[in-house]
Design a protein around this ligand. Structure first.
Ligand code: GAP
Length: 513
């Protein structure tokens, strides 16, 4: 199945099975804002638990906080967001549609890439086993020409972005003859800067209300609490502060479902270290975070690092962890070596001394920071895309199964009475009453068993148990495994051990190296 078709199916599956709904749907929705449904919230909470526990439980030098969305407006001046958290925008005069200039150009680069890959794929088919891809790429005149055009465009674009040269961005759009996808014309306005922060006001206007921002990242809540946590927690460097929370960005080009949202959630950890040790810690955190992702068992080939060539002015190293989504490798997490930029800026703007006295060297310094920053919603999307599976069974029937890692599945165990009589529902309820303290169980009695299995497969439930008349005689049930569909008879007393062994976040954490 084509990758875009898979993506469309994932999106509609999310809606149909209570994972993700468009926000305010009965009012026709609100762009780039989504709600999580009854199954989605469980999966999301499990992802957050997996991250939180891997940080705070597994590291005795990492603690968590929960800071507010509203913060003093000067924080965003100090962090650089007021002046520099901008996207370059351009309008098409005919369609009246607004675009991100950088996205239009990146799409054009992607078109060259696609053209090149198509040529290579055609040649691969033509030459079969004898195909030497590297040689073909370096000798085919068509591929070479497109590659040169692509590289030249990429270089010109990178330069313009680095310098935020808005005229040059517009000129690239004109030179590349990029047209508006709606009107099909090249009637473009100038390129303008657009700040991504949402503004609101605190206090009534009569009192002199002041403008504040909805935080565009959770990280600043950690930086401004650095002294509080370090002092009250008697933390010694190196140490980390972790936080999960909402962030808001007025994204202009919002697309690809929950990949780019206006309200989303981040899981960020700032690791405070001694200056000079940052590149070692950067490498270590890159490895640690990649191991966390790969521990889910989605296959190492579906992840890659993208090391940044263009660095923000305060960073001295940065890399993304990218996951292979149906629409290509995309950033899910960023790992950034942020030097002492943020703490120094907050010291400057607040007038407070923000330092660490290091007893080992008898000196004070402003700590350096390694940041790991992952979007919960992007992580959720990667899990859904990888787990969605359509299978044809031996008997010719088909099923949709979400092969979620058991520890992330919304429901761990579904319990079915074979029929709605003879005391079977009561027995099934008794099993759930016993197990519900340990993991999430669901009772289902509607439809025949086969249909009930399919419904649970579709939401990724790893185990189902059927209670029948034999259960009333010998306290055994049929246990059915989601992935293999294997069924076996087991005593009720064994259910907990079998299920618990695989569905807890602890089981996932124990596999982390
Ligand atoms: N504190 C650093 C920071 O915020 P970022 O690269 O802008 O860095 C980190 O964001 C992560 O947050 C991204 O890797 C992505 O997973 C997530 N993210 C950023 N913008 C997002 C959006 N509009 N919608 C969903 N997730 C987003």
């Amino acid at each position: 199945m084509a990758q875009e078709d898979i993506f469309k199916k994932v999106v509609s599956h999310c809606k149909e099975y209570g994972f993700v709904f468009p926000s305010s749907e009965i009012y026709d929705g609100l762009g780039a804002v989504y709600d999580y449904g009854q199954n989605g919230v469980e999966l999301k909470n499990n992802i957050k638990q997996y991250w939180w526990q891997s940080m705070v439980l597994l590291h005795d030098n990492i603690v968590g906080i929960d800071s507010c969305i509203f913060m003093h407006p000067t924080i965003w001046k100090a962090s650089g967001h007021v002046d520099a958290f901008n996207d370059p925008l351009i309008d098409n005069r005919d369609s009246k549609k607004r675009y991100r200039a950088d996205v239009l150009i990146e799409d054009q680069i992607a078109k060259y890439d696609e053209k090149i890959e198509k040529e290579v794929a055609k040649a691969r088919k033509r030459f079969g086993d004898a195909f030497d891809e590297a040689q073909y790429r370096s000798t085919s005149p068509k591929v070479k020409e497109d590659q040169e055009k692509r590289d030249a465009l990429h270089e010109r674009y990178s330069k313009a972005m680095n310098a935020m040269d808005l005229d040059e961005l517009r000129q690239i759009i004109l030179d590349e003859e990029i047209v508006c996808p709606i009107s099909g014309t090249r009637n473009w306005t100038e390129v303008r800067q657009f700040n991504l922060m949402f503004k609101t006001e605190v206090g009534s206007t009569a009192d002199g209300a002041s403008t504040i921002y909805l935080r565009p990242e959770t990280a600043q809540g950690i930086f401004v609490n650095y002294l509080n946590v370090q002092k009250t927690g008697r933390m010694k460097i190196p140490f980390g502060i972790a936080q999960i929370g909402k962030a808001f960005r007025n994204e202009i080009v919002a697309r690809q479902f929950i990949f780019r949202m206006r309200e989303f959630e981040q899981m960020e950890m700032q690791f405070f270290i001694k200056p000079g040790t940052e590149l070692d810690w950067f490498r270590k955190w890159k490895e640690t975070r990649m191991a966390w992702h790969q521990n889910l068992g989605f296959g190492a080939e579906n992840y890659r690092f993208h090391d940044h060539e263009k660095l923000a002015h305060y960073a001295n190293a940065a890399a993304d962890i990218e996951f292979k989504m149906p629409f290509g490798f995309k950033e899910v997490e960023g790992i950034h070596s942020r030097t002492n930029f943020d703490l120094s800026q907050h010291a400057k703007f607040s007038g407070k001394k923000i330092e660490y006295f290091d007893p080992e060297i008898n000196e004070s310094y402003t700590p350096y920071v390694i940041e790991t920053s992952i979007g919960v919603d992007r992580m959720f999307l990667s899990v859904m895309c990888h787990s969605y599976c359509e299978e044809t069974l031996e008997d010719g029937q088909s099923r949709v199964v979400l092969r979620l890692p058991a520890a992330l599945a919304p429901v761990k165990l579904a319990v079915f009475p074979l029929t709605k009589k003879d005391g079977l529902p009561e027995k099934a309820h008794a099993i759930i009453d016993d197990l519900k303290f340990h993991f999430n169980c669901k009772y289902e009695e509607k439809d025949q068993i086969g249909k009930r299995y399919r419904r649970q497969d579709a939401i990724g439930t790893p185990f189902c148990v059927t209670v029948d008349n034999q259960t009333l005689e010998d306290d055994t049930v049929t246990l059915r495994y989601r992935d293999t569909m294997e069924q076996k008879r087991i005593p009720i007393s064994e259910i907990r051990n079998i299920v618990e062994d695989q569905v807890t976040i602890t089981s996932l954490l124990k596999r982390l190296k």
